[in-house]
Design a binder for this molecule. Structure first.
Ligand SMILES: [Mn+2]
Length: 300
């Protein structure tokens, strides 16, 4: 399998990675792009630090009573992205995602800022144009432009919606948001009208809402894009635009276990982890565990 532009940094691979992609069902890929971040930059360092913190994890999950099976996933390293160019970076991410989907594997992308999801969605659109989006975030990210730029981490979901040609009055709905608690009134008004808003208070409620959504989306290919700032900054302070009042780490971990159980996943990304703001590795250790739980749950 030929994935372009892959760079293996000095930080190794995520724990349990296969040594090559040939027999892997899932390809983990770093997209260390950080160029349009509006408040506190640093997410380009996310993928390598998440890998580093994975070495503190066991390959066995007590919660799932399963461990990472040998050869199930391949950590392909980081894309070498041109930091100054959002357009070219998105093109390269799109190509990489397309090559993974072409090989009938599922990409799991580590950001990087949320704009990288635009490239992921464009890659998905080439093979699965009818895919739906489960979007977990503190922010709507629906702006058409931000400070005049159409490619921005504040417009990420607008870029994704355009890629998958998701219109306002789509029926059945193809974009659902969870955890949103910040945005201008204009975005809130649009979202309330056209994008179902989930905000489960507990782990049990989360399970109920996912079960219900799975019925709505039966037969659909599901792309899950997870902005780490959806999680409360008490649990995940290492992110550029923290917003109080978010999901708990237990909810985030449980969601990772539920996704493969209830949805036909086409791609997942975990974005906006910023190690430079992460006291004592709180966020990176959480994201590493989220990824481990997700990968174990994806094993058939
Ligand atoms: Mn966000």
């Amino acid at each position: 399998m030929d994935i372009p532009h892959i760079w293996h940094g000095p930080f190794g691979q995520f724990i349990g990675s296969a040594s090559d992609a040939t027999d892997a069902d899932v390809v983990v890929l770093g997209a260390p792009f950080d160029s349009t971040t509006c408040f506190r930059p640093g997410t380009r360092l996310g993928p390598k630090e998440i890998r580093y913190y994975s070495y503190n994890l066991e390959e066995y999950s007590i919660e799932q009573d399963r461990e990472l099976e040998e050869g199930f996933f391949y950590d392909a390293g980081d894309l070498e992205l041109p930091f100054g160019s959002a357009a070219r970076s998105l093109d390269m991410i799109e190509e990489a995602i397309a090559s993974i989907l072409e090989a009938k594997k599922i990409p799991v992308v580590l950001g990087g800022e949320h704009l990288v999801s635009g490239g992921v969605a464009r890659g998905i659109a080439r093979y699965y144009p009818d895919a739906v989006i489960l979007h977990i975030d503190a922010h709507y990210d629906l702006r058409v432009d931000y400070m005049g730029e159409e490619l921005s981490h504040a417009t990420a979901l607008n870029v994704c919606r355009n890629a998958l040609q998701i219109g306002a009055e789509e029926e059945p709905v193809r974009h659902v948001q969870m955890g949103i608690r910040s945005g201008p009134k204009s975005e809130a008004m649009f979202a309330r009208q056209y994008i179902p808003q989930l905000f489960p208070e507990t782990v049990d409620k989360l399970r109920e809402e996912i079960q219900s959504l799975a019925k709505t989306w039966e037969g659909k290919k599901v792309y899950c894009t997870f902005d780490i700032d959806a999680i409360d900054p008490a649990y995940a302070p290492g992110t550029g635009t923290p917003e109080a009042g978010g999901l708990s780490s237990r909810q985030a971990l449980e969601l990772m276990r539920l996704l493969p159980e209830y949805f036909d996943l086409v791609a997942v990304d975990l974005v906006e982890t910023n190690p430079t703001l992460d006291n004592s590795g709180i966020t990176c250790s959480l994201v590493a565990k989220m990824l481990r739980e997700l990968l174990i749950a994806m094993q058939k």
